[in-house]
Design a protein around this ligand. Structure first.
Ligand SMILES: *[C@@H]1O[C@H](CO)[C@@H](O)[C@H](O)[C@H]1NC(C)=O
Ligand SMILES: *[C@@H]1O[C@H](CO)[C@@H](O)[C@H](O)[C@H]1NC(C)=O
Ligand SMILES: *[C@@H]1O[C@H](CO)[C@@H](O)[C@H](O)[C@H]1NC(C)=O
Ligand SMILES: *[C@@H]1O[C@H](CO)[C@@H](O)[C@H](O)[C@H]1NC(C)=O
Ligand SMILES: *[C@@H]1O[C@H](CO)[C@@H](O)[C@H](O)[C@H]1NC(C)=O
Ligand SMILES: *[C@@H]1O[C@H](CO)[C@@H](O)[C@H](O)[C@H]1NC(C)=O
Ligand SMILES: *[C@@H]1O[C@H](CO)[C@@H](O)[C@H](O)[C@H]1NC(C)=O
Length: 925
């Protein structure tokens, strides 16, 4: 290529001079980095170039340094004298909208010349993507290295994105970008549209004197002149007919060719690929120049690595024919040989060859409705986050504030959109309602106004919605409030959008229904006492915390031993025994109740685990993991301080109910006989250890509550496995390590045995087996290989306990593991004998069956076949949804009203409805 320097005067001349150039139909030719609205016709090629403006918003224009520019470099093509560089954002994209649109096949060429444009004299290295798939890695040998890469690809949508990705090895830039429409009947492969072809070599055989870029190439391919000393060059002045050949190689390319110098030799071409598994497609061009005599034949076979690819073949006189391989050539070493057949009198001939590597298009673009929605959001709110190219791809370069879910064969879906503090103003756009897979939507702290739209309720996957800090009017759709109440949606809205009735302000959690069978309508006096206790409790809550829950210290803190003594009042109140020492109840200065876990001084072995736990707790925060308040470590005394969980652990809770329920009838009689509520209360308080009567024993732990506990625990584990980096394996999941708050929220505790895990879910670590009999994963026990699925097994056991009310090891005549106890019963379909009798048949059988299925999926012997906690969680939520709709049907009308009140429905109404139901149930039996 030669001079491309143009003054404005020359420019106008050039425009006149080069009218004989190609029609350039459908061409897009961008001289990246040229001044705004500077369009020109390149004097060498006759191609009209435009500046970047219409194709990209980001980046800055630069000129290469004069050392590499004209006139110091007289052969520099004009488009390479300037460039656009992208110091901001790790992905910047040109958006091309070819006229042929979605159906077209295109050749796209990107050119790069560093030319020390930034004065740093440091060669950058970066990646080039076509839409979401890697096209090429751009590297330079030196500052004057002109790097050009070409790709042939079918468009998958109306627009094509060419993206430059900063991989931390220097600022990406681009000098020129060109798109040429191709006939879609050429460059086909047996892999169809699952591959693009990246140019490896395009050789004009036998020509040594041209620029390689010919005006009569309607596809504007650039052909490199090539010949070998062992070849004879032949050429013709006759026109070569390409009418029937879709590849339309230009005349100048076709009219030269090579033959082996020794007529009996073969023509050979060989190359080595970068990678072993590279796939190549070869397109060979042939035309006969010689009018052959009767006794002459030119006939040859074409082989690849010794095996026949095509032949025998007779080239046509002055007709272009293209031959390509029907299946990819795979491997590292490649050798094409063209050798004449035995009956041929003339040597083989080759006019031109193109070699392409196939790039697998493994990544799919984002689901188009999601793309349309976010593009509309970008436009509507003028979102200024460098949102270009595909929202979800390439995988590591999603849009800022966007998270996606990827699957193997389906397009990625947007599951999270975070536009907090992004200066959005106006109403909430309907496009948000089109993000049908979104699970988390954060629009907090903007200037959004207008009503909270109804269409938000159409977002069925929504688990988190934050509209706080806006100027929205109206109320959140009832359905969203219900989902929030049912625990499916974490809803954050400003107070004024919450709900119309004043009762909503009273943010009360569901109060556990009163024990019912005991509280028959006859027992009015006891009822009074209960109500009195409830009210008192509510009052003291309000006093302590303005109704918003206890204030916890905002930062994890280190405490001195003296402080620990003070907090626990000299270890007065033992509330449990952990593996490494006692757990005490304590009070912080502000009155917050805490649980203090001491490491017993004798237990030297525990000290390491103790530190593990402290370290883990410092970095793990989740609402279903026991909150960590602080720790004490002054050499000889070590303590961990947690949030106090008023309802103790699930194990005690389940056993306690067992006691109270088994003795129900008996107790009822006692009521009459003893006539002394206080004595009775005392008994049960002792039976249930630290649990208090009104809160605990009055509770039947309905199937719904059991499911909620299971979901909470599953959420905690899911977070440990999939939300923590590196993932954490608990190693001792059991009912005793699931704690229950005052509102019966379940939290996972006791990380003493936890193992932080390498960041690969398929790996495992070999450890000494730790854990608790009954919950221990048999595979882990046998192999010593620990992975997250060991927790899944233990969780499955917990779930079985919740369903059946049995212990992990059932002690009858002989001990039997709950998994072995339950499986024959499941097989016989006998749900009546599986489910905890204490539920009195009050559950949705489908919900319980599904939960059983989940438990079975958790406890299969081989960890590979066990479900992940994410799946377990999804399934359990469906169990809860089934149970809730079942409950709703049962309650008919009456509780429909209750559900509609909002997420914080008043406890009086709720427990009344449940109590009503409970009171009638015993009489039915
Ligand atoms: C690059 O050079 C051209 C011609 O000299 C000039 O018009 C343009 O402003 C320069 N661009 C930059 C970014 O310096
Ligand atoms: C720069 O690199 C290219 C490609 O490797 C090479 O052809 C050229 O000779 C090099 N130029 C200089 C000045 O080293
Ligand atoms: C090479 O090109 C030059 C000018 O473009 C021309 O004068 C010369 O005849 C050509 N040589 C051959 C062998 O085609
Ligand atoms: C051509 O090649 C054949 C076989 O390789 C050889 O026998 C013959 O001598 C060669 N002829 C010439 C002229 O080099
Ligand atoms: C082919 O025929 C021509 C005459 O038509 C003759 O001169 C020539 O030697 C023959 N060539 C061969 C290879 O037989
Ligand atoms: C994406 O990032 C991960 C981790 O940072 C890395 O292992 C992976 O190779 C990256 N993938 C691509 C396509 O860059
Ligand atoms: C949204 O982004 C902000 C700031 O990056 C972050 O604090 C907030 O937690 C994010 N919201 C969600 C739901 O992830």
């Amino acid at each position: 290529m030669s001079v491309g320097f143009l003054t404005p005067l020359l420019l106008s001349l050039a425009a006149v001079v080069v009218v004989h150039g190609q029609l350039q139909t459908g061409y897009i030719s961008i001289d990246c980095g040229s001044p705004e609205n500077f369009n020109f016709v390149d004097i060498d090629t006759g191609i009209s170039y435009s500046s970047d403006g219409a194709y990209i918003d980001t980046g800055i224009n630069k000129n290469i340094s004069s050392q590499y520019a004209y006139p110091n470099n007289p052969n520099l093509p004009q488009p390479l004298s300037d460039l656009r560089s992208f110091p901001h954002g790790n992905k910047n994209c040109y958006t091309l909208a070819p006229a042929a649109g979605k159906r077209g096949l295109f050749l796209i060429r990107a050119s790069f010349l560093y030319g020390n444009y930034d004065g740093d004299d440091k060669l950058p290295e970066f990646d080039l993507y076509l839409d979401v798939n890697l096209w090429s890695s751009v590297k330079f040998s030196n500052a004057s290295d002109e790097v050009t890469t070409e790709i042939i690809s079918a468009a998958v949508s109306e627009t094509i994105s060419v993206c430059l990705v900063n991989k931390g090895l220097g600022i990406p830039f681009i000098s020129a970008l060109e798109l040429r429409p191709l006939s879609s009947s050429i460059y086909g492969t047996e892999l169809g549209n699952t591959v693009s072809l990246v140019l490896f070599k395009r050789l004009d055989i036998g020509y040594t004197n041209g620029t390689g870029r010919y005006k009569d190439d309607i596809y504007d391919r650039i052909w490199s002149p090539y010949y070998s000393p062992s070849w004879n060059i032949v050429s013709t002045f006759s026109a070569i007919n390409s009418n029937e050949n879709g590849y339309k190689a230009p005349l100048e390319v076709m009219s030269t060719a090579a033959m082996p110098r020794n007529g009996s030799d073969q023509l050979e071409l060989s190359w080595t690929a970068d990678a072993d598994a590279s796939k190549f497609y070869v397109y060979m061009y042939f035309a006969e120049f010689q009018r052959l005599e009767k006794n002459q034949t030119r006939k040859f076979n074409i082989s690849w690595n010794g095996s026949l690819m095509f032949g025998p073949f007779v080239p046509r006189f002055l007709y272009a024919v293209t031959i390509s391989n029907s299946e990819a050539f795979t491997g590292k070493e490649h050798r094409i040989s063209i050798h004449k057949t035995g009956d041929a009198t003339l040597p083989p001939i080759l006019n031109a060859i193109e070699i392409y590597t196939a790039k697998q298009l493994d990544e799919l673009p984002t689901f188009s409705e999601d793309v349309d929605a976010v593009l509309d959001i970008k436009r509507t709110y003028q979102v200024n986050k460098g949102w270009v190219g595909d929202p979800c791809g390439p995988k590591n370069y999603t849009w800022e504030g966007v998270e996606c879910n990827y699957s193997v064969s389906l397009p990625p879906r947007i599951i999270s959109l975070n536009l907090t503090s992004s200066g959005l103003s106006g109403t909430i756009s309907a496009s948000f309602g089109n993000l049908s897979s979104v699970e988390s939507l954060d629009l907090s702290n903007n200037r959004l106004s207008g009503p909270v739209p109804e269409f938000l309720k159409e977002l069925k996957s929504l688990k988190f919605l934050n509209l706080e800090g806006n100027q929205l009017s109206g109320y959140v759709p009832t359905e969203l409030l219900e989902r929030s109440k049912a625990g499916f949606l974490n809803l954050r809205v400003d107070e004024q959008n919450l709900c119309s009735s004043g009762s909503c302000k009273n943010k009360k959690k569901i109060v556990v229904p009163i024990v019912a069978s005991v509280l028959s309508a006859l027992m009015v006096s006891v009822g009074f006492i209960m109500l009195w206790r409830l009210r008192r409790k509510r009052k003291s809550n309000a006093d302590a915390s303005n109704g918003e829950g206890r204030p916890l210290p905002s930062k994890n803190r280190q405490f001195t031993y003296a402080e620990v003594l003070n907090i626990t009042s000299n270890f007065q109140d033992v509330i449990g025994k952990g593996g490494f020492g006692n757990v005490y109840r304590g009070h912080m200065k502000d009155g917050t109740q805490v649980a203090v876990k001491m490491l017993s001084p004798s237990s030297t072995q525990g000290s390491k685990e103790f530190q593990t736990e402290a370290e883990l707790l410092m970095r793990v925060h989740h609402r279903n993991l026991a909150s960590f308040i602080g720790y004490c470590d002054d050499g000889s005394n070590m303590a961990l301080i947690y949030e106090y969980m008023a309802n103790g652990n699930l194990k005690d809770y389940l056993s306690c109910i067992l006691i109270s329920c088994h003795s129900n009838l008996h107790l009822l009689r006692l009521f009459f006989i003893l006539q002394s509520k206080l004595i009775l209360m005392g008994m049960i308080i002792r039976l249930c250890d630290n649990l208090t009567l009104a809160d605990k024993n009055s509770n039947r732990l309905s199937w719904e509550m059991r499911l909620r506990i299971a979901i909470d625990a599953a959420q905690g584990l899911e977070y440990l496995h999939h939300g923590c980096k590196p993932p954490i394996i608990h190693r001792d999941v059991k009912t005793a390590n699931i704690l229950l708050s005052e509102n019966m929220d379940a939290k996972i505790a006791d990380f003493g045995l936890s193992k932080a895990f390498p960041n690969d879910s398929h790996s495992h670590v070999i450890t000494t087996v730790m854990g608790t009999t009954g919950y221990l994963d048999p595979e882990y026990y046998n192999s010593r290989k620990l992975n997250e699925k060991s927790d899944v097994f233990s969780f499955g056991v917990v779930l079985l306990e919740l369903i059946t009310g049995q212990h992990a090891i059932i002690k009858k005549d002989e001990s039997i593991h709950i998994v072995h106890w339950v499986s024959p019963l499941i097989e016989s379909g006998d749900i009546g004998s599986i489910v905890d009798q204490r539920l009195h048949g009050e559950f949705d059988a489908n919900s319980v069956w599904k939960a059983l299925e989940v438990a079975v999926a958790c406890t299969t012997p081989t960890s590979f076949n066990r479900a992940s906690m994410s799946l377990v969680l999804t399934e359990l939520k469906q169990c809860l949804a089934m149970e809730l709709s079942h409950n709703r049907e049962r309650r008919q009308g009456f509780s429909e009203v209750i559900y509609n009140i909002g997420p914080y429905n008043s406890p009086e109404v709720y427990s009344l409805s449940t109590a009503t139901e409970s009171i009638t149930s015993p009489s039915a039996r």
